[in-house]
Write a protein that binds this ligand. Sequence first.
Ligand code: HAM
Length: 422
Amino acid sequence: MLTQAPKGTRDMLPQDAYIWQTIEAVMRRRAALAGFREVRTPVFEHTELFLRGVGDTTDIVQKEMYTFKDKGDRSITLKPEGTAGAVRAFLEGKLFADALPCKMYYLNNPVFRYEKPQAGRLREHHQFGMECFGGKEPTVEAELIATLLGILGDLGLKGLSVNINSIGCPHCRPKYHAALKEYLSGRLDQLCPTCRERFDRNPLRVLDCKEEGCKALVKDAPSMLDMLCDECREHFETLQTLLTARGIPFKVDTHIVRGLDYYTKTVFEVMVSRGREGLALCGGGRYDGLVEQLGGPATPAAGFGIGTERIIMELENQGVTLPQPPLCDVYIANLGAEAKQPAYLLCQQLRDLGVRAEEDLCGRSLKAQFKYADKIAARYIVIVGGDELARGTVKARNLSTREEQEIPLDGAAEAIRALAQG
Ligand code: HAM
């Protein structure tokens, strides 16, 4: 128990840190190129925010939230997604009063959902998300999708499919709800038990049910696209034109509805092929009503979220390896007691000069220090001690060419830096 992390959680171990950091660097770069700045919001929020924001009929709110009472008897929830917190920060920071659009991103936000853990489905995962407030044009979604694909492309991922849909707006969706309910009402006995429950509270979710019976049934269901109002239709058509103009292949999939209540108009997912179903690497869409619903001024908005663990899983599946930065440029070995302090000082001076330097912290023999230097793939080993130290010098050895040179201890750090970075 003590040595086992809670079910559905994962450590990022030091040897894997470079993978996360490379992904983060790519995300930061692409986000900055598109004019997005970072936002950081608390890991927990008032439960009410998610009930109102995510929607109290969603699976997330009904079954998956980590909710508890704090010592002040407030109901608190660990973030089950990133958008509601971003909207709350947008409102609390009065960012709506600044020049719009306001573009923000969050990076590796911990997200908590009490789900049945399986491949790609964790109870704590980490999300990168981009949220754009104040833009009503379909260019917003086109930019979001292009930025997302830029990130995934920079990381070396291939074979991704972009699926888009429009689920309309408060003007046209009620008509569709009614048509869908009418279609389903005569066929309730053919729905899975979960969808029978969904029929009343959230019939749209029946459209993306993975059960075979439900999938077969919704094949002939009426399509939202046939019932979009003029504004929603035009928006969706323009988005498709923009994606095509940018050379982004996409598929219109009328069964994408997303598991959160706040979406309006565009919804999209980026999928990787995984078995028959595929796995969503990313999900997002437009949520024009959410800011107002949470008490702010009417503000169109759109965004997406992508799980870093799923990106890493897909990198592994596709055999993409990210370049691993060197751990150590120079290992400083000491030849015994009198060499330890000069070795330590040289190591510190090298670090001040920007050289990755390591020294012996374990009291090892010279042989064992060499072995360790080899293990951490040091490029140079500098030996401090013996006759050289008595002469006021140290010996530097290039570990790949085996070339050695004697360097005066006075000014050694500069000389070694020139070697190591030369
Ligand atoms: P979501 O589709 O629920 O959307 O999650 C976004 C992404 O987070 C998923 O595509 C997946 O990569 C990852 N993810 C979700 N659940 C898990 C899990 N249990 N384990 C591992 N990874 C997971 C949202 O959360 C929206 N807030 C996205 C958004 C932002 N829409 C507009 N703005």
